[in-house]
Design a protein around this ligand. Structure first.
Ligand SMILES: *Cc1c(COP(=O)(O)O)cnc(C)c1O
Ligand SMILES: [Zn+2]
Length: 418
């Protein structure tokens, strides 16, 4: 049972049946799932959601697939943590961290894949596939393994080891492309047209994209059925960022929350910032870029939802910011040292952009904010491996520990040159 009834073109509004298709035959606009919101409202209450499973399947009434086809490895309903120490460090009164690092494959991509694979199985596909900057490959490989399906994942050849092994361990056919994500995506679009596979972010992208709304649903539910003043989310294709906002609006549409007034702000790395650059230039039309950043998970130079992300910024009076690789590392460290959460580079982008937006006055001190932390740090160890303090290496003797500690304190108290 699902309350989705059609795919609808985001540009011209033409409707299509719920098939594995992704663009409009008339205007080439992207297709989006349409729902019967009245039926959802009639069958969904705060109480019915609260009585559901502690995964994203608690929002089954709002998902475009039949739950009987779900592959449930425990995705979603991740903690929303009151981040008082980080709030103080960046200059906010109230800040929450949505910690999506604790998903089954340690990134928010488990949300989109959960929905895509359920719908793919409902369609009768026997193989899953994707074009990925790393995290998506991990998640598609894991969910396919759990479903006993064939799996083909395509990644650029410059990814972190944690993301390469993090796919390989589930034994998919792992294809490394000599090129950028945008090259990977171009090849996969060709492969998808000739192979009978469900490419989660190509031919089943409309369903996949809906999975990101659950992050918005959870923020609203976990705040006590209300939305925050400001959300800061990382942007690669721009899909997650736009879908958090869509999730808030839909929760209002089905009567679960008041009208959302949230300002939505997006975060990018300076080395791949087509959306943030267009925002700064005051245009809705971004110019594609050739990525060069340690934030590989966000390194999409030609973002599929860039235009819609820029529209969302306009609609919500939000904005966008970008930060350098050094600032990304500082952001990772700041989140770890204040809140005990180890994020990957995308998390560093979010925290560093949040900090910058408070400093610039774009986010006011009294705006209750949520920082969306989308992936775990053990996958991008390379980014910080030589940026953490050296261990004290000693023989297993008490006097060696005492003298090593004294020497360390000496160094800390009287830095060289002081
Ligand atoms: C994929 C990804 C994002 C953003 O993805 P969109 O393409 O913008 O939806 C953010 N953070 C991490 C860690 C990701 O892997
Ligand atoms: Zn159209």
């Amino acid at each position: 049972m699902s309350y989705s009834h059609a795919l609808r073109c985001r540009e011209c509004g033409r409707e299509y049946p719920l098939d594995p298709i992704f663009s409009c035959e008339f205007c080439f606009g992207p297709l989006e799932v349409a729902y019967d919101y009245e039926a959802i409202a009639a069958n969904t209450t705060r109480e019915s959601i609260e009585a559901g499973p502690t995964t994203l399947w608690r929002y089954a009434n709002l998902l475009p697939c039949d739950v009987d086809y779900k592959v449930d490895i425990g995705t979603g309903f991740t903690p929303l943590i009151k981040a008082d120490r980080l709030a103080k460090a960046v200059g906010l009164d109230t800040l929450w961290v949505k910690n999506d690092t604790v998903n089954p494959t340690w990134s928010f991509k488990d949300r989109v894949v959960s929905v895509a694979i359920a719908r793919a199985r409902q369609f009768g596909f026997e193989a899953m596939a994707c074009a990925s900057t790393g995290n998506l490959a991990n998640s598609v490989a894991a969910h396919s393994a759990a479903a006993g399906m064939d799996c083909f994942v395509f990644i650029p050849d410059d990814l972190e080891q944690g993301k390469v092994v993090g796919s390989g361990i589930y034994d998919p056919t792992l294809v490394m492309i000599e090129g950028s994500y945008d090259d990977v995506n171009r090849l996969c679009t060709e492969v998808a047209s000739v192979r009978p596979w469900a490419f989660v972010n190509i031919n089943v992208r409309p369903y996949y994209a809906e999975g990101s709304r659950t992050l918005g649903f959870e923020i609203a539910e976990q705040l006590g059925w209300r939305t925050p003043d400001h959300v800061v989310s990382p942007m690669a294709s721009g899909s997650l960022y736009t879908k958090i906002w869509k999730g808030f609006q839909e929760f209002h549409k089905v009567g679960l929350i008041d009208e959302p007034k949230t300002r939505m702000s997006g975060a990018q790395a300076a080395g791949c910032s087509p959306i943030a650059t267009a925002y700064e230039a005051g245009t809705l039309n971004f110019v594609p870029q050739k990525p060069n950043t340690i934030a590989r998970s966000l390194a999409i130079g030609n973002p599929a939802d860039g235009y819609y992300a820029l529209k969302t910024m306009e609609e919500t009076k939000g904005g966008a910011e970008m930060v350098t690789d050094d600032e990304i590392v500082e952001g990772i460290k700041l989140l770890a040292e204040t809140e005990g959460i180890f994020a990957e580079t995308a998390g560093g982008v979010t925290v560093a952009c949040l900090k910058k937006m408070v400093e610039s006055g774009h986010i006011a001190r009294d705006e209750e904010s949520v920082a969306v932390i989308t992936g775990g740090g053990l996958k991008t160890i390379e980014a910080v491996a030589d940026k953490v303090s050296e261990p004290l290496r000693i023989p297993a003797r008490l006097e060696d520990f005492d003298s090593a500690l004294a020497a360390r304190d000496e160094r800390v108290l009287t830095p060289a040159g002081a």
